[in-house]
Structures are given as C-alpha cells and as structure tokens.
Design a protein around this ligand. Structure first.
Ligand code: SF4
Length: 459
C-alpha cells in the first residue's frame, strides 16, 4: 500500500467541477451568463432548479480555511449584504421567468448563521416571493455549532430547512488550538440533539484529516465521539495545504502536518472504523448510514454530485447568488466576483457580477459525465455514457482508458468493453483515476501571476 501511495499521491483536482476552475477565463462575463439563463428559462417551469446562496461572514478565520470568507460581525455589513442578495435574486428570477421551481436550496459559507434572525427572514422572504419550492425539496444549511443559537435553528426549521451540515473537523484540543477553532464535543452534541428534536434529517458532519498535530490515536478518539453522536452522513476531507493561494494557512507550521503514509493512515483508520460501524462509503470521502438516502441512491447508481456535494435530487441547472458563488447553467460555469465592492456595484447597477466562467464543449460534457460517475458511484457504465452523448464511449475515451492501464495493473481499476470500475482498493485512488479523463490537465493556462495552477495532493 505504501508503494501505491507514493506512486499516486500527486497534486490533482478535487473535481467539484470539470473543467476545473483554472481553465475558466474572464472572457465569460455577465452577458454570457444572461444568455445561458435565457436558455435555461426556455426549459419551462417543470424543470427544477438548484439554488446556492453564499453567505461569506465568519467571526474569526480558521487557519486551515479554504473558503471565501469575510471576517465581520458587523450588523451593518450583514444587512447590506442581504439587501444586495435580495436584488440579485430579483435579477435572477426576472431572467428565469416561469422556470422558478427549486428542488434543492443550499446556504453555504462562511457561516450562514452569522446572520441574525431578522436578516435570515428577509432573505427567505425574497426566495419565497420569487421562487416556488417543490414539496420534497432538499433545503440545507451549513452551521457552526459554536455560533449558532437554538432560536436560529428553530427559525430555519420553521422556514422549511430540513438538512443540516455541521463543521466539526477534529475534537482534539491541541489540533483545535492550532487551527484557531475551539468547539467542544458537548456543544456539537447538544446542537445535534436539538436539530433532531426539530426534525432535521440527513444531518452531516464535516471532518478533516491532515490537520496540524493530528495523529491516528487522537483522531481515533474524535471518530469514537462522532460514532457515539451518530450523524446520518459524514464527509472526511483531506486538508489541502496551499499557503500561496490561501495566506491564512501561513499560520500553520508545515512541520506539524502529517504527510504521505502518515496522513493516509489517519484517513484509513477513520474509514475502517466507519465501515465497521455500518456506514457506507459514498464517492471519494463521504460516508452515510446504510439507510440514508445517499447510500440507497448509490446502491441504485443514481447518486449525483454538484458544488453543494452529493445529492439524490439532481436539478438540471444550479443557479447561485452571493459573492464568489458559482452557477452551473446549461453547460456553462459562471462565477461571481469575490470581493464585496465589485459584487455590490454590479448587482446595484442591475448587472450580474460574473467575473469568469466557461462554456463546456461536447468533449468537456462527456468527460465531466465520466468523472462524475466515477466520483459518485466508483463505476462508469460506458454504454449508457455513450448513449447519453451520442458516441461509442469506449472508442471516444480510448486515450483515457489507456492512461488507466497502469492503475489496472496495480489492481486499482477493472476495465471491460462496457465498464470502468474501481476495485475496493482502488476506491482510495478515485482522484488519480478521474485525472485520466481530464483533457485539460496538460493545457491549463498559467494563473494571472504567471504561475501554473496549484492543486492539493490527491490522497
Ligand atoms: S468557520 Fe468555516 S468558513 Fe469560517 S473561517 Fe472557519 S472554516 Fe472557514
């Protein structure tokens, strides 16, 4: 195993999108996005939509954070942001016409519950005014148990939120101090109990492996506590140390980071414990209780993944509001400005705030489909993939299948005329396998600073 880790632990994308963000350019702007929305509108009201709302505020910056965050607890700033979000929702709804049914809503951040109750209500009122929410919609919010008040949780549940994701990371005090995020087991547990009492389902914990000072023995204690609280779902993300791209990570001493086999051993321990406790591995780094709808969907090979994570309710398009948020509409990605001033200025003058994006070609679409299948279900059904895109997928993707031969020889992949399937061992190497289908990797343009794009390591 150590040899395989050494061989395949290379920098590579996480594939929350394909083509990945470094391939996007500023030649895709607000007018292109508006055109894509008009195309989306033409599908009519029966085609549901997914809506992502980005709320960037946090009261402090965690040193490991890789999200787009604004550190502020100012009521004025929060109020201004919500007013602009409301205008952006109007602009969006005007373009979408009767295509206004939402089957998935996700509030992410940042910390969405950094907003006070009245601001959460103002935001929600606008969504309700301009969109219709389907009766079985998945309405999710990410929360930080330390800053979230019970009143906020009750309010969100009353509005119709039914899924909850809690940031946990690691319960070990030494690790928490190193990442500037102190959160006790008791705080987390009491928030989960209350959420269950309110009727939230699909409760998810986000954990991270590879954090400073983390060791197998200490993380094992975290996993034991997590198993006792028994969330429905878990994500165990690999910490990506990219201090050039994320200056807040410079406060982490690289000498304290577990790397290579040591880092993998932490994940492997967690994975084994979760599987033996009855959780099912979902895609790359997610787990779900055997009876959770994600686990059921994976067994039936109908699991899907978008920017918000794994879902069983794939909407054909995702529209997003808020600074830095990313839409995925009619075969194009579009990202809003990250800093607040240009984002505010665009929306206030009645324009979208898109600063970069990409229109996917037919080749991008088939490769994205293949990568999604692999990341979700660990298997690509080449026949149905080909049918969906009007090609013979085995022929069309022969270059990628060739690249996988080495992984096949190493016992990580099985390839037949109809299927590409990861073996049990190979499921640990899903990102390197997905890279075989990525036609952009060798031709990504340099960043604005003239550097080649930086990816985290894949294991
Ligand atoms: S709470 Fe979450 S989003 Fe905010 S700084 Fe910490 S990790 Fe980043």
């Amino acid at each position: 195993m150590e040899e395989l880790l050494r061989k395949y632990d290379r920098p590579g994308p996480r594939y929350t999108s394909y083509p990945t963000v470094p391939a996007w350019t500023d030649s895709f702007g607000p007018d292109d996005y508006a055109e894509k929305l008009r195309e989306a509108a033409a599908l009519g009201r029966e085609a549901p939509l997914s809506l992502y709302v980005h709320i960037p505020f946090c009261r402090e910056m965690c040193t490991y954070c890789g999200c787009n965050v604004v550190v502020s607890t100012s009521r004025e700033k929060h109020e201004e942001y919500v007013e602009v979000l409301r205008r952006e929702l109007d602009l969006l709804a005007d373009h979408l016409g009767s295509r206004n049914r939402l089957s998935q809503i996700h509030y992410g951040g940042g910390t969405p519950t950094s907003l006070s109750e009245d601001l959460l209500v103002r935001l929600w009122e606008k969504i309700r005014e301009r969109f219709e929410i389907t009766p079985d919609a998945e309405v999710a919010v990410e929360i930080d148990p330390v800053v979230t008040r019970r009143e906020q949780l009750a309010l969100l549940r009353g509005m119709g939120f039914n899924r909850l994701s809690l940031g946990v990371q690691d319960f070990t005090p030494e690790v928490q101090r190193a990442v500037n995020r102190i959160q006790t087991v008791e705080e987390t547990e009491s928030m989960v109990e209350y959420a269950r009492h309110l009727g939230f389902r699909g409760i998810n914990f986000d954990l991270i492996y590879g954090l400073p000072h983390q060791r197998v023995e200490t993380f094992e204690k975290t996993i034991d506590e997590v198993l006792r609280i028994a969330p429905d779902r878990l994500a165990i993300f690999s910490y990506a140390h990219v201090p050039d791209a994320r200056p807040n990570q410079r406060r982490i001493d690289p000498a304290t980071l577990p790397l290579g086999p040591e880092k993998y051993a932490i994940f492997d321990m967690a994975r084994r414990k979760l599987l033996s406790a009855g959780y099912v591995a979902i895609g790359m780094d997610h787990f779900a209780r055997h009876d959770d709808e994600l686990a059921v969907a994976q067994r039936e090979r109908r699991l899907f993944r978008n920017f918000q994570g794994y879902t069983v309710r794939p909407a054909p398009d995702t529209v997003a509001v808020g600074a830095s948020s990313i839409s995925d509409v009619r075969g194009a990605y579009a990202q809003n400005a990250r800093p607040l001033p240009p984002y505010y200025e665009a929306i206030r003058s009645g324009r979208f705030a898109i600063v970069k994006g990409i229109r996917l070609t037919a080749d991008d679409l088939i490769r994205r489909d293949a990568i999604t299948e692999l990341m979700c279900n660990f298997v690509i059904d080449l026949k149905s993939l080909g049918q969906r895109h009007g090609v013979d997928a085995a022929d069309y993707l022969s270059d990628s299948l060739e690249k996988l031969r080495e992984m096949e020889r190493d016992g990580l992949v099985r390839i037949t005329r109809d299927l590409v399937e990861l073996t049990e061992l190979g499921k640990n190497f899903v990102r390197p396998a997905a890279m075989a289908f990525d036609a952009w990797l060798d031709r990504l343009p340099p960043t604005r600073k003239g550097k080649l794009p930086v990816f985290s390591r894949t294991i």
